[in-house]
Design a protein around this ligand. Structure first.
Ligand SMILES: [Zn+2]
Ligand SMILES: [Zn+2]
Ligand SMILES: [Zn+2]
Ligand SMILES: [Zn+2]
Length: 210
């Protein structure tokens, strides 16, 4: 019997080897995130400049939510909306097409995007870009709670993924009945009573894709 605890080569977490099932689940889910991004995360949080920039951006955003103003440009692609003049820092180029009208606005976090930014192909590189179609709320996207749908790597506040409770309708979810807990319980995100996806599926990138 090995005496050393197992250590994950990617996130460096150790798991007691008696918990073989936990280990399997960990390899299956937690470590779908490529090693390079584990490293990037660590670098970002340890680098005072990067950490400072992030908290500055968060503070600026909190200020915007407290003092709502007319939103003249898309938060995803930064193009101005139809009818808004170019900002001062922009080159005045009549040929640059605008982003059309605002397409989605989150009443909770103020994230506002154009139609183009809502398209699946406009969501950028996972873990690297902030997905344009994902608002800044941690547990919901544009007011729709993540717990009601199947896991999706785009879900979260745009930086930190949502790995909380999920209770999608079983039929058509892409998960078998065995993937759900056997008993109903209260959702820790929205409070409704339902059968939930088992923990080992909460970090799936998409149903069936880990
Ligand atoms: Zn790991
Ligand atoms: Zn846009
Ligand atoms: Zn929001
Ligand atoms: Zn829920």
């Amino acid at each position: 019997e090995p005496e050393k605890p197992l250590r994950c080569s990617q996130c460096q977490k150790t798991i007691k080897d008696c918990q073989k099932t936990d280990w399997k689940a960990h390899k299956r889910s937690v470590c779908t995130k490529p090693a390079i991004f584990h490293k990037l995360d660590k670098m970002m949080s340890k680098n005072p400049v990067m950490a400072g920039l992030q908290s500055f951006e968060q503070a600026a955003w909190a200020d915007r939510v407290r003092n709502p103003q007319t939103i003249g440009a898309c938060d995803g692609c930064f193009r101005r909306f139809r009818g808004f003049p170019p900002r001062e820092e922009e080159e005045e180029d009549e040929n640059t097409p605008d982003a059309g009208d605002a397409f989605k606005h989150c009443q909770d976090c103020d994230w506002t995007i154009c139609r183009d930014c809502s398209h699946p192909q406009a969501q950028g590189v996972p873990y690297f870009d902030r997905p344009a179609g994902t608002c800044r709320c941690p547990t919901a996207n544009f007011g729709v709670s993540y717990c009601r749908s199947t896991p999706n790597y785009l879900d979260g506040d745009g930086r930190k993924p949502y790995h909380g409770d999920r209770h999608p309708a079983m039929a058509g979810s892409g998960y078998s009945v065995a993937s759900f807990e056997s008993q109903e319980r209260e959702c820790r995100t929205c409070g409704v009573s339902a059968r939930h996806l088992k923990k080992e599926h909460l970090k799936d990138a998409l149903p069936g894709i880990v």
